[in-house]
Design a protein around this ligand. Structure first.
Ligand code: PSV
Ligand code: MN
Ligand code: MN
Length: 425
């Protein structure tokens, strides 16, 4: 199944008149406010969000997994699915692989299919939170942090293997998320676990190619419920600083305790030029991995406000952007299209903030005005800007409507059958 130009044209034909009217109306309104609409559209066009290889099938929960149909059976089919998303929205030109779930069998074929679909290889993810078949020592009590040197060495070796795989595909970053921690007080030495983690990460860092980054992801709890070694941005930032200039912090939106001010974390990390990557999702309670923008769209907007300002005013390097969501009740491809759309909407809202007026209000301590300025941008319906960016790139005015009109899932079921095979978290 491949999305063709005529699929896109058919879908856009239904929507174009309405869309152009909305776009013209919005353009006039924004221009009157001093917004450079063309520049905003260009910036939205440039935003590309990687799709994780594990999000293309139903993820399930620990209580069960209700499989979808027509799910990808292997890496080639996963990349084909991302090709479908990218052809529709023109904003998902990369895949983020998880090793060993996605070890390529035939590198040449993988590279070729990705090239044909204009898909790049974003950060590669290592996995030391599960034991693999035949593994000599176990990660049950931790991996890079383990008190047993043999386990740490195995985990370090695995990360080096992941880098080697990434190099063959053209990736430029390794993302490390560790499950390491303890579930009960006294289970391990908190200080030694952190020191071991630093030591292990240093060995991986030394192995990292000169043009690569290592992205250190943090998470407060789960699967360990008393302490997690890399529990928060401070610990990740500390490790990234100790490791050196190729190490950065990765922010996963779901990896914060309730009410954490994530936008403030983003602002601080960017000021320190240490924000390396983003995992987008949404949550109501914990690491819920819900569709981006489905629960807290205002928070997402405020995060993009900090990101947009950070890009303009700091020397923070470009980021690895990725969705990190899981789907239990929706078609994963529809869910991913919705997530990418939500990111683009939040970005567009951030881009139309009247920064000059905001700065003035801040300078004058006019708090009410500052809030008005932010909320004026947030409450603007910017969907036409996002649609226009996609249309100008040859994508769909409404990626999800096009997906349904083409009947993509049915086509995939015809090709792949109803058996679900995709691996996911
Ligand atoms: C586990 O919480 C997790 O969702 C992390 O966010 C990682 O990024 C992902 O799994 C893949 O390892
Ligand atoms: Mn994540
Ligand atoms: Mn997570």
């Amino acid at each position: 199944m491949k999305i063709t130009q005529s699929h896109i044209e058919n879908s856009n034909a239904d929507l174009k008149k309405n869309h152009m009217e909305s776009f013209d109306f919005l353009s006039n309104q924004l221009s009157d406010k001093g917004v450079d609409v063309n520049l905003v559209v260009e910036k939205i066009k440039a935003l590309q969000i990687a799709i994780p290889s594990w999000a293309l099938g139903a993820g399930g929960t620990r209580f069960g997994r209700f499989s979808g149909a027509g799910e990808p059976a292997d890496l080639i089919q996963k990349i084909q699915d991302i090709g479908i998303i990218h052809a529709l929205n023109k904003s998902s030109n990369a895949v983020s692989l998880h090793i060993p779930w996605d070890i390529p069998q035939d590198y040449e074929a993988i590279r070729q299919i990705a090239k044909d679909l204009n898909i790049n290889f974003d950060a590669v993810n290592s996995n030391t939170f599960q034991d693999q078949a035949g593994q000599k020592v176990s990660y049950k009590y931790g991996s890079l942090a383990n008190s047993d040197k043999a386990v740490r060495e195995l985990a370090v070796e695995h990360n080096k293997e992941v880098i080697k795989i990434g190099e063959k595909l053209g990736s430029k970053a390794l993302t490390v998320w560790l499950a390491d921690g303890s579930s009960f007080p006294g289970q391990h030495s908190i200080r030694k676990a952190l020191a071991n983690t630093h030591d292990s990460l240093s060995s991986i860092y030394e192995y990292l190619p000169s043009d690569w980054k290592i992205l250190v992801e943090y998470k407060p709890y789960e699967p360990n419920f008393y302490s997690t070694v890399i529990q928060d941005w401070g610990t990740s930032f500390l490790l990234a600083n100790k490791l050196g200039p190729k190490a950065y912090t990765l922010v996963d939106l779901g990896h914060h305790l309730p009410n954490t001010n994530i936008e403030q974390i983003v602002a601080t990390l960017m000021t320190e030029e240490k924000l390396g990557g983003f995992h987008f999702n949404d949550s109501k309670y914990g690491d819920d991995d819900l569709t981006v923008g489905s629960i807290k769209p205002y928070q997402l907007f405020l995060i993009f406000h900090e990101l947009a300002q950070g890009f303009a005013e700091t020397n923070n390097p470009s980021l690895s952007w990725m969705i990190d969501a899981s789907h239990n009740v929706k078609d994963p491809l529809e869910d991913l299209l919705q997530s990418v759309e939500a990111i683009k909407l939040a970005y567009a809202q951030a881009l139309i903030i009247n920064q000059k007026a905001l700065e003035e209000a801040q300078q004058n301590h006019d708090t009410a005005k500052a809030q008005e300025i932010l909320q004026d941008a947030y409450r603007t319906d910017v969907r036409a800007l996002v649609s226009e960016a996609s249309r100008q790139l040859g994508g769909a005015i409404s990626p999800i409507k096009a997906y349904r009109k083409v009947g993509v899932r049915n086509e995939l079921i015809k090709e792949r059958g109803t058996d679900s095979k995709a691996s996911g978290l």
